[in-house]
Design a protein around this ligand. Structure first.
Ligand code: SAH
Ligand code: SF4
Ligand code: F3S
Length: 443
């Protein structure tokens, strides 16, 4: 028997890339590859890339440069680039970095096994089509190997919103939703392998409108209620949502569906209506705040998360103040904030840019406020009882680590008799920098 070939995958960007990397690894498993944790002993290296900001995209080229030595030592080594940089700059990658053998866009990864075979014969291959066929259907059922208790599952891909700063509609294509029966089948497969929590993924996951079990298009809430019936699945999450697609049935599900976790990532990007309009966000600060109000009425303890961009073209100090005001009003449990990055081909790239030093200063001020809020909300958990889904051993002997309903990391002492994947009641006893400490109440 020939020894298995080794595959090293490095993943950048969002959770969807994490999911895609898993599926690519499974697809290449059929070609006799097993995953390795080190690039040094790999027969194939795959970078699954992100194009969202300039830094993310540039990282790919510096990473590729580092593989030059490896390729000299092992001329048979295959190097592939997948993901959003592959989609946006496929030809450019091949030109700038001749050691790349294979470029595959996010909608073509079901073709990866064929591409690998061609690359094996010494042909360079590039596929950045948006093919008609469903890549998920073309991939085989997922293998039965045991896995961790928490998994991502892509249910919707692409975006039709065209925010003026964003590359996603170009790299991921138009909005497409997967049918409910396929999602159910994949969920059941995952649950049989030990998964107890699923995070449904989509660039605009709440715009989900896949074919339901009755042949009509279903909403995300309808999909969630169907998943709620799956025995052994304990927790459901979804990300990322758009404020304009927060429908009534989804808000109600946050109040009524026990398996749906009280956590919502709902990006607003900015607090100034003038900037929101320039961003083509098609909502106002006020309409966002009303959505937040309705969700909190349905689920008062919900932890809110958000994304922000500072220094968007033409943003003034007054506009920025409106962002700080909105943050003060919402109170975020966690948030991600970014300095605007010019992306070639997007409408905002043509406009007057904000002074970089000014943008840095705004980012610093916004992050200080968001960190303060995050800390306050985390500290307010002390004394409360939460459910923890254990994911791994902790750093200290006897300790296990898991996530609460609110996605806080919780360390629990004297819990190593519990299996990974156990869901236990825990009382929070203290709050440290990036996590909580708790003790077991019951198992
Ligand atoms: N689909 C999601 C998020 C996609 S990208 C949504 O609509 O919310 C994740 C985050 O990256 C965005 O929410 C935004 O805050 C940030 N982002 C996107 N393009 C950016 C750019 N050009 N510069 C800086 N941040 C950007
Ligand atoms: Fe990008 Fe806007 Fe689409 Fe989100 S909604 S992926 S920010 S274009
Ligand atoms: Fe990045 Fe593509 Fe995700 S650009 S954030 S990897 S959709």
């Amino acid at each position: 028997m020939t020894a298995p070939k080794k595959l090293f995958i490095k993943t950048y960007g969002c959770q969807m890339n994490v999911y895609d990397s898993e599926r690519m690894s499974e697809a290449l498993g059929e070609q006799g590859y097993v995953e390795t944790k080190s690039a040094d002993d790999a027969d194939m290296i795959l970078l699954n890339t992100c194009h969202i900001r300039e830094k993310a995209a540039e990282k790919v080229y510096s990473e590729l440069g580092r593989f030059k030595g490896l390729k000299t030592k092992k001329p048979d080594l295959k190097i592939g680039v997948a993901g959003c940089v592959a989609q946006a700059e496929g030809q450019e990658i091949m030109r700038r970095q001749p050691l790349v053998d294979l470029v595959v866009g996010p909608q073509s990864y079901h073709r990866l096994p064929e591409m690998e075979a061609k690359a094996g014969q010494g042909t360079k291959v590039l596929d950045t089509d948006f093919p008609e066929e469903d890549k998920f259907e073309k991939l085989k059922r997922r293998p039965k190997a045991k896995r961790g208790p928490s998994a991502f599952l892509t249910v919707q891909e692409g975006c039709d919103k065209f925010c003026a700063f964003c590359v996603v509609p170009y790299t991921r294509g138009a909005e497409v939703s997967r049918p409910v029966d396929r999602i159910l089948r994949e969920t059941q497969d995952l649950v049989e392998r030990g998964v107890r929590e699923i995070t449904l993924l989509g660039q605009n996951v709440n715009a989900y409108h896949g074919e339901g079990l009755d042949g009509n298009d279903w909403t995300l809430a309808q999909l969630i209620w169907e998943l709620d019936k799956v025995d052994g699945l304990e927790r459901i999450r979804f990300t990322t949502s758009h404020p304009n697609d927060m429908q009534d049935d989804l808000i109600e599900a946050h109040g009524n569906c026990k398996k749906l976790m009280p956590y919502l990532h709902l990006p607003v990007q900015a607090g100034s209506d003038r900037i929101l309009k320039r961003m083509n966000r098609s909502h106002t600060a006020e309409s966002y705040l009303r959505v937040v109000e309705r969700i909190r009425a349905a689920r008062p303890d919900l932890l809110l998360s958000g994304d922000f961009i500072v220094g968007f073209p033409e943003e003034t100090e007054e506009d920025f103040q409106a962002t700080l005001d909105l943050v003060e009003e919402v109170r975020y449990g966690t948030a991600y904030s970014f300095k605007y990055s010019t992306r070639p081909g997007t409408p905002a790239a043509e406009r007057a840019q904000v002074d970089p030093a000014e943008a840095d200063d705004r980012l610093r001020r916004l992050q200080a406020l968001l960190t303060k809020q995050q800390r306050e909300i985390q500290d307010s958990m002390v004394g409360r009882e939460v459910g923890v889904l254990f994911e791994k051993e902790g750093r200290l002997p006897g300790q296990m680590v898991g996530k609460s309903e609110y996605l806080h990391s919780v360390h629990v002492a004297n819990s190593d008799h519990l299996e990974i994947g156990t869901l236990a009641r825990v009382r929070i006893v203290s709050s440290v920098t990036n996590s909580l400490a708790g003790e077991l109440i019951s198992e």
